[in-house]
Write a protein that binds this ligand. Sequence first.
Ligand code: PGA
Length: 252
Amino acid sequence: MKKSVPLVVGNWKLNPVTLKEAIALGAAVAKKHKKAEEPCVAIAPPFPYLSDVGKKISKSSVSLAAQDVYFKNIGAHTGEVSVLQLKDLGVKYVIIGHSERRAMGETDEEVKQKTQITLKHLLTPIVCVGERERDELGNFFSFVESQLRNLSEVFTSIQIKKVVIAYEPIWAIGTGNTATADDVKEMQLFIESVLTKLYDRPTAKNVRLIYGGSVKPDNARTLQSEGGMNGFLVGGASLKAEDFASIIKAVS
Ligand code: PGA
């Protein structure tokens, strides 16, 4: 996956509540993105729908993504889903460390292990980072830095280039409070400077960064053209095929 090609991922979270609706939504997204090669597009339905939605989109250029993964492959782990199972269903991307999972207790260590196992089985991890709130002193920068440092403890330069970093400020998720294009640009430069420090400049330039947090059809174009990142992780707006299609169009 070339970093220069934008990536737009729809995170359906705990929606919809029936398989029928999920299949209809998957079909509608696939219909709108049949053959286009750019940007890369993926949807992340809840686990129970992956198989059916996957079949529905299989002839389109939309890929399948998962919202989480467990860090063990097999065994006595009630309620968990392994990367081998996801791979078997045709999943290409795995969202890891979403703030909604971190809020339920997911630790940096787990994020690392989940990323590790995802890379090992050649799926693309989308690792979420982002601060809970912005403060005048700019402490949120060191917060994001610590999340990146956590990854650099185990991943080589070659590995980190295969990871997508999704900057998702928690205050912007599902709130309608989108970060401004300036905020996003500032964070893009900051993340690149941290990755330069932790690795080197060519590595930093080759890690794909995407933005998430109240991305909508009406702000996507500006965020994409001025924000400096290359694509989006979209929650709420990915539940309407029309809106999701407008966002995809805005980055094309
Ligand atoms: P939102 O969610 O677009 O509804 O803010 C983004 C996310 O949580 O990935």
